[in-house]
Design a protein around this ligand. Sequence first.
Ligand SMILES: C[C@@](CO)(OP(=O)(O)O)[C@H](O)COP(=O)(O)OP(=O)(O)OC[C@H]1O[C@@H](n2ccc(N)nc2=O)[C@H](O)[C@@H]1O
Ligand SMILES: Nc1ncnc2c1ncn2[C@@H]1O[C@H](COP(=O)(O)OP(=O)(O)O)[C@@H](O)[C@H]1O
Length: 305
Amino acid sequence: MRSVVARAPGKINVYFRVGPPREDGYHSVASLYLAVSLYEDVAASARTDNEITVSLNPASTSVVDPEDFPLGEDNLVVRAARLLAEHTGHVAGVHLDITKRVPVAGGMGGGSADAAAALVACNALWGTGLTREELGRLGARLGADVPFALSGGAAVGLGVGDELFPLLLRGRSDWVLVPASYGLSTPKVYAMLDTLRHGVDVPAPEEVDPELVQALVVGDLGRVADLAANDLTPAALALAPELGPVLEMGDRAGALAELVSGSGPTVAMLVRDGEHASQLATQLQDEAGVDAFPVHGPVHGARIL
Ligand SMILES: C[C@@](CO)(OP(=O)(O)O)[C@H](O)COP(=O)(O)OP(=O)(O)OC[C@H]1O[C@@H](n2ccc(N)nc2=O)[C@H](O)[C@@H]1O
Ligand SMILES: Nc1ncnc2c1ncn2[C@@H]1O[C@H](COP(=O)(O)OP(=O)(O)O)[C@@H](O)[C@H]1O
């Protein structure tokens, strides 16, 4: 096999509770992840030398400024390929070409999706034969959200978000995404949350609200809208106050709920169905002049195309 393409989804956090900082700098979380229909593709091609190289496909320019995108050793796809090679003892090079659609530093786990796609693509290209579970354990060493980008679907995430409990949903939910023209750094948003909470005792979260889990499983969108929550919202708003009007815009335009996705700044608006999603996205574009587009979830995790 000379070349293979893997695809992995972005995510939104329908619910996200954050505990106090731990000694390793991470926070314990309780996350309700939903993989949505916005995908990253990673094409892996065999190299005859032992180099691991990366490029950004020109089709990505609508979501990423090539000048701002790291194309060296710190790119998550390079780190993923190197980790797989080291773990398996495989000796061979690979070129990885990324087609990005998920906003960079947008709170939608685009980098994690790239890492997950790179693990799946290299595992197939090199014939290293790791199971999904083994890839998940390796992925957790690259980032807290990488195991979920591998599994996809919907899941409760505990620990730092990497201990997954998959959920089988009976139907899909539809969302309108409003991406921002700027990014927010995940560590800075967590640090801002700690600052805002200074002097306040916060327990480590132990579960996702079971009523919300049940509502999402059966597709009770009204209850999902009532119970959806994200502890990182005040921190994202403190760093990017312009998010406030975007959230209000969704409310005024009739979304069922508006959420900052993860650490932001992408806003996810829950809607009734696919038709409502198209209508709301058009309305936000026409009346407010913002970029807005429909997605739905759950969708599959990282897989070969
Ligand atoms: C906030 C969330 C919600 O799903 O997603 P994004 O908004 O980034 O997409 C995640 O917790 C982000 O996960 P991910 O982006 O994989 O984080 P990592 O690369 O592992 O960590 C980046 C940094 O975020 C902070 N971090 C991350 C996860 C966590 N449970 N506690 C943390 O404090 C740490 O400062 C860490 O150094
Ligand atoms: N393949 C990659 N795709 C996206 N970001 C990457 C990648 N490799 C490294 N990064 C770095 O990770 C940072 C955050 O990544 P991203 O996953 O897009 O955001 P978020 O954590 O908000 O979901 C970016 O600012 C970028 O510098």
